[in-house]
Ligand binder design. Structure first.
Ligand code: ATP
Length: 253
């Protein structure tokens, strides 16, 4: 079985369909972009993967286990295998870079012995070891993003998950971030990156999963950014199809 599996996953918030009948598999060591315009369902997909949300229907599997049946005490062990880079896990401005990265180790109870080595290795990986004792506001935007990446990588995860990692970066810093992702990929990690940075996705030629209004409309290898995701007609088509299906179901009832 693949490392990550979404099997007919649907997520509905109140009346809002965030994801509809999504199925895909990600093998160990793959580099995958998840694209789609704002509201397409990218963050929801990542939240289901880290078990921050539960699917309304279908199953998500991580490392060959159905997340739906993980016991409460098994969840930290599962999450320990994921490195999460998300703007929602903000940085603490009154702590140094070193301390901010240390928080990720404390969160998975890996504080203590060997901690300094792990932190300096993660900061070295992203190229900001010399900033270890600086405060976030003394860093450039690109360096702050690298600090968030170091925090995701310090736990030595099997899978790196990033939600819009280049959102606030200038083009040079965004490109540097992609090169770092490539390096992490070269080290054998699995990467799942949600983004709407179309130029970067196009240059990287990785696997691209495209969401439109919560539907998976394309899943391509060595792909460029799929223009479909930005296409209003494609969105109308998905919504129309959904409406037709709904009407059919109502008629059956
Ligand atoms: N906690 C929630 N409660 C209610 N609705 C939600 C919630 N989370 C997401 N949604 C809705 O689900 C849909 C998908 O949202 P999601 O955040 O996954 O999209 P996205 O592709 O990540 O967008 P963005 O690029 O803007 O982050 C949207 O219509 C959103 O309003």
């Amino acid at each position: 079985m693949a490392e990550i599996v979404f099997d007919h996953v649907t997520k509905v918030f109140q009346e809002q369909i965030a994801l509809e009948d999504i199925s895909f598999q990600i093998e160990k060591g793959e580099f995958v972009f998840v694209t789609g315009k704002s509201g397409a369902g990218k963050s929801t997909l990542l939240e289901l993967l880290i078990k921050q949300q539960e699917p309304t229907a279908g199953n998500v599997f991580g490392f060959q286990k159905a997340l739906g049946v993980l016991k409460e005490k098994e969840i930290p062990h599962y999450r320990r295998r994921l490195g999460i880079m998300s703007p929602e896990i903000g940085m603490l401005n009154n702590m140094t870079v070193y301390e901010n990265v240390a928080l990720a180790l404390y969160a998975v109870e890996q504080g203590g012995k060997g901690m300094k080595r792990k932190i300096m290795r993660a900061l070295g990986l992203v190229g900001i070891a010399e900033k270890a004792y600086a405060y976030p506001k003394e860093l450039s935007g690109g360096e702050q993003a690298r600090m968030l990446l170091a925090r995701a990588m310090v736990v030595n995860p099997d899978v790196l998950i990033a939600d819009e990692p280049t959102a606030n970066l200038d083009p040079d810093a965004a490109w540097d971030m992609m090169l770092l992702f490539n390096e992490i990929h070269r080290q054998g990690k699995t990467l799942i990156i949600a983004t709407h940075a179309r130029e970067l996705v196009t240059i990287m030629r990785k696997r691209v999963i495209t969401l439109v209004a919560g539907a998976l409309v394309a899943d391509e290898k060595n792909a460029i950014y799929n223009q479909k995701a930005m296409d209003i007609f494609e969105e109308r088509r998905v919504l129309q199809e959904r409406e037709n299906k709904l009407e059919k179901n109502i008629n059956i009832l």
